[in-house]
Design a protein around this ligand. Structure first.
Ligand code: NI
Length: 255
């Protein structure tokens, strides 16, 4: 039984065959998923999919790349959605210094506003971090985000950054990149993360694991991520699957 904690089944890449993709995931033992929405369109898509599928949940937030487009109305809307029965987290949110569509100060402001909202509605947060590790850690600390905790999604930082996040009550989630042959850092981090703070994800349709690198990713492939981490931890796939599923259900408050 597997839990893919980060999917974008709401992406247009799945428009044609979403039902088949979900079926393939179930056949591969992927019982639970969280569909992540990060702007108006993808949030609506995430809610629709979660409403139609019993064991698929939604996370809603505003992506740092598009921070410049988030209005006060959007923030109010997120607050309303927080009480939707299938919404289990806020995000993805965070900082992305790879793209310069939104200036850094606006990204930080939008990130802080969403952390404050998460504390108000008491939901965990899902963090997107690209080339911004230190600023992310600083803001999480300053805003006392540890009160709600959450997920460092598709973690690619150092062992030191991972430890700082673990200290603040965050879980570390690994995706396809941990399976790449040259992925030394994520493998090192995976070994260090305590079992009760580990999560797995695909971030599909992006970041396919080996041997599907470069092709469209889908939730069924989360088993490849699980197998890689089980190997690194010296445990069976079944044990790893059971532990990470329990971790995710507890974090998302799914009974
Ligand atoms: Ni994502």
């Amino acid at each position: 039984m597997l839990f893919d904690t980060h999917v974008h089944l709401n992406a247009e890449q799945f428009e044609e065959d979403r039902a088949e993709v979900i079926k393939r995931a179930q056949e591969e033992g992927v019982e639970y998923m969280v569909v992540v929405g990060f702007d108006e369109k993808t949030i609506r898509g995430a809610l629709e999919i979660a409403e139609e599928n019993k064991k698929i949940y939604a996370a809603v937030g505003w992506h740092p790349v598009d921070a410049i487009e988030m209005t006060d109305q959007h923030l109010h809307w997120l607050e309303e959605l927080a009480s939707h029965p299938k919404v289990v987290a806020l995000g993805e949110m965070g900082l992305d210094y790879h793209w310069d569509k939104s200036p850094k100060d606006i990204q930080k402001d939008v990130f802080r506003k969403q952390i404050r909202l998460a504390k108000k509605v008491n939901l965990p947060i899902i963090i997107h971090n690209r080339e911004a590790s230190q600023d992310i850690v600083d803001i999480l600390k300053e805003e006392e985000a540890g009160k709600v905790g959450g997920i460092m999604h598709c973690f690619s930082g150092s062992v030191e950054i991972a430890k700082a996040c673990l200290e603040m009550n965050f879980h570390i989630s690994f995706g396809g990149p941990v399976t790449f042959k040259n992925a030394k850092k994520p493998k090192e981090v995976a070994v260090e993360v305590p079992l009760d703070r580990l999560l797995i994800e695909t971030d599909c349709p992006y970041l396919s694991p080996h041997p599907y690198r470069g092709k469209r990713n889908e939730p069924a492939y989360v088993s490849l991520v699980a197998q890689q981490i089980a190997d690194l931890k010296g445990m069976s796939l079944e044990q790893l699957a059971k532990q990470t599923t329990e971790n995710a259900k507890k974090l998302f408050n799914i009974l």
